[in-house]
Design a protein around this ligand. Structure first.
Ligand code: ADP
Ligand code: MG
Length: 482
């Protein structure tokens, strides 16, 4: 689409993000909350919606809801309640979902993304539905029927609803990425979009630039990655502009994103709230949340990603490095432990973002799956700082022995005899030997080819297998041939 046409319109985006909470059991039932188990093995009578069963609220889900709300700068009202949202679908055995309607657990929050504030209207607790397995999937190829797996039914979800404050797909993506960072760092959700433990519905509308009145929104479901979210939004913007330019009207509806054909298609007309016939869940008491409860959870809040980035910059990391390391939680938590052990931050970050990150990428593993410990990396860095070994030797043994074998740096240095030679007498002898062996180069150096210094340094390093203190070598060379 031509940029000129695009520029006539302003885009309005609001996201509804569902985060699966990592509780041990389900939100109203004792079944385990686990992914990847034998289908229909986590299905107590409560999960199956049998007559006469009663839901019992899982306190851990409430704790996680409060923690997330606080991380998103929300107010936690002293009272919230649960409601029934009725709809018919085969993955919902009760015929209704227990959710929260007019009194959610979190309200009025916000997130600052690249200096812009995105409002968070509310976040509420609810139960997830089961999963239908359709023809073609999971060995059902060619079948004319679908199967239902209710293991996921009753998994706790926190639905986080933003204000329609975003104005581009870039902003929506950045908001979603930060939300994912937050739920991962506070430990309430593993934030895996591909596996569906975090899901996003994107509400999109367009209006003529300068207009104050929002257009009709379409809601896009089924985006399974950050890049798919961006593609879906871009597609939807152009679809809506074309409709309006043709004199048509955008209809309020739910559309499905197909990442293969890269288009959205209509799934159903969008229900209004009254279609769901919400009413208060009679089997659950309204929930009173005391200020002491909220304060206790506040006091347990781990460091949030934004604070972590700021702290990293305050100890000398570039903005770029701080961002990159925070995006990789495993590396950031590892880095924090190395810092706690007193390691030099610059050296630590160079190793982590350099050799270690490259190794992990190549081997396709997480740092926790390697044999490298924060203690061992801190010890290695201390050896370099003390001048016992050179930085280059450090890099070499880090990859060859520490990551793969879990050996301690000091033990490797001892075993391989790698400690740096700083003794002037010993180095001087070697320097003299190298100088004597290369009379032509010495002559050239004296005649002005001073960049030959590097050649001499290299020769000495070769003699010592990289163990000579480079500073001493340089000084001695200059005094002998200079
Ligand atoms: P529903 O469950 O009906 O989708 P919600 O209130 O839960 O309603 O969510 C509505 C979402 O749509 C919010 O994220 C809100 O910011 C967004 N939204 C509302 N109006 C518009 C609009 N005109 N354009 C884009 N997004 C909108
Ligand atoms: Mg919605």
């Amino acid at each position: 689409m031509e940029q000129e046409l695009r520029d006539k319109y302003e885009v309005v985006i609001g996201l509804e993000v569902h985060a699966q909470l990592k509780t041990k059991s389900k939100i109203f039932a004792p079944d385990k909350n686990e992914f990847g188990q034998e289908p229909n093995s986590l299905t107590s009578p409560v999960t199956l919606g049998m007559p006469g069963v009663l839901p019992v609220l899982n306190k851990e889900a409430v704790n996680m809801g409060i923690l997330t709300g606080l991380a998103l700068n929300c107010e936690i009202p002293s009272r919230c309640k649960f409601d029934r949202k009725q709809y018919f679908y085969p993955d919902l055995p009760k015929g209704y979902q227990i959710s929260q309607y007019d009194e959610p657990i979190c309200v009025n929050g916000h997130l600052d993304i690249n200096g812009k504030r995105i409002g968070i209207t509310r976040a509420h607790l609810e139960e997830d539905a089961g999963k239908l397995v359709h023809a073609g999937a999971d060995g059902l190829a060619g079948s004319s029927y679908s199967l239902v797996d209710l293991n996921r039914a009753g998994t706790p979800l926190l639905e986080i609803v933003s204000e329609p404050d975003m104005r581009s797909s870039d902003e929506a993506r950045a908001y979603m990425e930060e939300l994912r960072n937050i739920v991962r760092y506070i430990g309430v959700c593993d934030g895996n979009l591909e596996e569906g433990s975090m899901r996003c519905d994107a509400n999109i509308s367009i209006m003529p630039k300068g207009s104050k009145e929002f257009g009709t929104r379409a809601e896009i479901k089924n985006v399974n990655s950050f890049s798919a979210l961006q593609r879906a939004i871009e597609y939807e913007i152009e679809r809506q502009i074309e409709i309006v330019e043709d004199g048509g009207k955008v209809v309020q509806e739910t559309r499905l994103w197909d990442d293969n054909s890269r288009e959205t298609r209509s799934m159903r007309g969008k229900e209004d709230a009254h279609d769901y016939r919400y009413f208060p869940e009679p089997d659950l008491m309204p929930l009173e949340i005391s200020r002491e409860w909220v304060d206790r959870i506040k006091s347990e809040m781990p460091e949030l990603p934004a604070a972590k980035r700021a702290r990293y910059q305050s100890i000398g990391l570039s903005e770029y490095d701080a961002n990159v390391i925070v995006e990789q939680m495993g590396l950031a938590l590892f880095f924090d432990k190395v810092l706690e052990l007193g390691a030099n931050p610059k050296t630590a970050v160079n190793f982590i973002m350099g050799e270690i990150a490259a190794y992990l990428k190549e081997a396709k593993v997480e740092i926790s799956e390697t044999k490298l410990t924060p203690e061992n990396l801190a010890e290695l860095i201390a050896l370099i700082e003390k001048g016992t070994i050179s930085n280059n030797i450090g890099k070499q043994i880090l990859i060859e022995d520490m990551i793969t074998k879990g050996e301690k740096a000091s033990a490797i240095v001892e075993r391989k005899g790698l400690s740096q030679i700083s003794d002037e007498g010993a180095i001087k002898e070697l320097v003299q030997k190298v100088v004597d062996a290369h009379p032509n180069e010495v002559e050239a150096y004296k005649n002005g080819k001073t960049n030959l210094l590097g050649f001499f340094v290299g020769q000495v390093m070769k003699e010592t297998k990289g163990r000579a203190n480079p500073k001493t070598v340089n000084e001695l060379l200059r005094s002998i041939i200079g």
